[in-house]
Design a binder for this molecule. Structure first.
Ligand code: SF4
Ligand code: SF4
Ligand code: FES
Length: 471
């Protein structure tokens, strides 16, 4: 395999690879603004300048292909001087905004300034100033901070595949806008905040909510559809603040959709049922766990036939625990948008799927029957299991002779249930989903169960335990 020598280290490369990619494999991070692995290369910020032996001028590492035997230097005084110059140029118009900027703590401009920039500014002139602009439901633009890298324009063209962002005017007056100032149409607008290397494009959902250095992250799988995008949950003190894509080249590459990105607010909804609850005379009544378990257990003991309607965001582990606990019961899976995984199909060119549940394929493989065959009137007792974002069809519980809700329910959905035993959302548990391709993907909890919620496995074993005598 051909190799290139980067700062004295030989690095093998695939034909066509650029210097910045080869350097990344030997942890030699070359600073970059306009370059993003998932976007086309434009080589316009000049932040990635490096020296190639035998070439008079510095070259851009993001656009220069590796050649066999090529010698590259990324740390010479000439390179350092040039990179510091680019940094100073980009800061000429940048406000001293870091204390109030949401990007602070994860801003390339801030990081590179510290590493490659000068301590002082020589710039005494007015900086150009714009007001913040709303770019639709997802994104807010602060043009003062923009460094004209054009990642956002390429993101809309290449990832969202809608030509809706452009650079207007030139030079100092360059402004990034949507065409005719229209709201963004892409279903992937939140990704603009991910690709923007500075705090120019931020999501309205996360803006001003939390300084990023307080956030703790964990690896999750989105429960918004059958794609199973790999994501990162960020939380602090048990509150989830944002979701971001995690790179998995086989599933979602660098991206996720807005529906998935913002689809976590039910976790901390004030309407969420936080403790065991009885629905009595049209009103919810809080119970102690002991009372609730004893009441539900007496229902189970009196029932000759039991069915479980399980929303297809239950994990494989939860599905198996249910089957093990009640081997004689009938199990049905439920997705809000399809009866069976065979009806699933792509909703666009990128990621979104018609099946708005993350584990229908997994429940089917575990032997759960299709929702179309479920008739709540047929059974003495029905359990409705809501294990994440999906909840059973509203009003269905009223058709059952007796209905118990297990999992995450909202107060306005309680009519028809005799009891609710609250369980965790996807963020509060570990488990495995099977995506539409049949890939098993495991995830970890990011927060402890909210309120008095208990893991499903714990509820099942409490229900199966022999009742304790109170002396
Ligand atoms: S808004 Fe952000 S991504 Fe777009 S050009 Fe400016 S700095 Fe780059
Ligand atoms: S495409 Fe589906 S799995 Fe991916 S982020 Fe969107 S809702 Fe979540
Ligand atoms: S990262 Fe290479 S020119 Fe911008």
């Amino acid at each position: 395999m051909p190799s290139v020598n980067i700062d004295g280290v030989a690095v093998e490369f695939q034909p066509g690879e650029k210097i910045i990619q080869a350097a990344g494999r030997v942890s030699n991070h070359i600073p970059r603004y306009c370059y993003h692995e998932g976007l086309s290369i434009v080589a316009q910020c000049r932040m990635c300048l490096v020296e190639v032996e035998g070439q008079k001028k510095l070259v851009t590492a993001c656009s220069t292909p590796c050649a066999d035997g090529m010698k590259v230097n990324t740390t010479t005084a000439r390179v350092k001087d040039a990179v510091a110059g680019v940094q100073e140029f980009l800061l000429a118009n940048h406000p001293l905004d870091c204390p109030i900027c949401d990007q602070a703590g994860e801003c390339s401009l801030q990081d590179y300034s510290f590493k490659h920039g000068e301590e002082d500014t020589r710039y005494d002139f007015f900086r150009r100033t714009y007001i913040d602009v709303d770019m639709g439901p997802s994104i807010k633009k602060n043009m003062n901070r923009c460094i004209h890298c054009t990642r956002c324009i390429r993101y809309c063209d290449e990832v969202g595949q809608i030509h809706e962002m452009i650079a207007e005017q030139r030079g100092n007056n360059t402004e990034i806008i949507t065409i005719d100032d229209q709201p963004l149409r892409t279903a992937y607008a939140g990704g603009l905040a991910d690709v923007c290397p500075v705090g120019s494009l931020t999501t309205k959902d996360f803006r001003f909510k939390k300084r990023v250095w307080y956030l703790k992250t964990s690896e999750g799988i989105c429960d918004g559809c059958a794609q199973g995008c790999n994501i990162t949950h960020s939380q602090d003190s048990g509150l989830v603040f944002r979701l971001e894509p995690r790179v998995n080249m086989e599933v979602n590459k660098w991206w996720m959709c807005d529906e998935g990105r913002y689809g976590f607010h039910h976790v901390h909804s004030p309407s969420r049922v936080m403790g065991p609850t009885e629905w009595k005379d049209g009103n919810p009544k809080s119970m102690l766990w002991g009372e609730a378990i004893a009441s539900v257990r007496s229902f189970i003991q009196g029932a000759k036939s039991i069915a479980f309607l399980v929303c297809a965001d239950a994990t494989l582990e939860e599905a198996h625990a249910l089957q093990k606990a009640y081997p004689a019961a009938e199990f049905f899976s439920y997705s809000p948008t399809v009866m069976a995984s065979s009806e699933d199909q792509p909703l666009d060119h990128l990621l979104r799927r018609k099946d708005k549940s993350p584990n229908l394929k997994g429940l089917e493989a575990a032997g759960f029957k299709a929702y179309s065959g479920f008739d709540p009137k047929k059974y003495d007792l029905c359990f409705f299991v809501s294990a994440g974002k999906v909840r059973p069809p509203y009003g269905l519980a009223k058709l059952a002779k007796k209905a118990i809700g297990l999992g995450l329910f909202l107060k306005e959905e309680l009519s028809g249930y005799q009891f609710i035993l609250p369980g965790p959302s996807t963020y509060e548990k570990a488990g495995t989903f099977v995506n539409f391709k049949g890939m098993k993907q495991s995830f970890k909890p990011s927060i402890a169960p909210v309120g008095m919620s208990r893991p499903l496995e714990m509820l099942l074993s409490a229900l199966l335990e022999a009742p304790r005598k109170v002396s």
